[in-house]
Design a binder for this molecule. Structure first.
Ligand code: CMP
Length: 143
């Protein structure tokens, strides 16, 4: 079954948006199979955002993501990478439609509330980076 990685960034946690964002995920019908509040080490931040290491905003990005706790999640379901991206919205909140998480809560590209994997391949890499296998729960509930 397909999985994706979502992470509420320090601005989202600081603005008490864990509950509203998790509600959107649950209301949509997505299944949360892993979730944790955690601080991010500089090493983890640099590895996660490695593809941006040459960009001028890289230092700022690492500083921001390590500045306070994040809420990391693994979601599972058919087509969940694309559905997760749709819920999250575009990278720049200014271009993100109302109804999306970034469109409703974000103002700037640097502080855009939440990260979501952009492909099945990056989801696999990110989940392996952020979660141990025994932190992901295999379950099925009647719904
Ligand atoms: P995210 O989806 O977590 O992946 C890469 C992040 O880089 C992105 O969200 C933005 O928060 C950040 N980012 C992209 N472009 C810029 C920019 N021009 N200035 C600052 N941060 C940026």
């Amino acid at each position: 079954m397909e999985r994706t990685f979502l992470m509420i960034k320090p601005d989202g946690v600081g603005r008490n948006l864990i509950g509203p964002i998790v509600s959107r995920i649950e209301n949509k019908g997505l299944k949360i199979v892993g979730a944790k509040l955690m601080t991010v080490s500089e090493d983890l931040a640099k590895t996660h955002y490695g593809e941006h290491s040459e960009r001028p905003f890289f230092g700022e990005l690492v500083e921001f993501i390590t500045s306070g706790p994040v809420f990391a999640m693994v979601l599972e379901g058919e087509n969940v990478v694309e559905i997760g991206r749709t819920l999250v919205g575009k990278t720049n909140p200014a271009e993100s439609a109302p109804g999306t998480i970034r469109g409703d809560y974000g103002m700037t590209v640097g502080k855009n509330i939440i990260h979501g994997s952009d492909s099945v391949a990056s989801a696999e890499k990110e989940i392996a980076l952020w979660f141990k296998e025994d932190e992901i729960i295999d379950y099925s509930l009647v719904n």
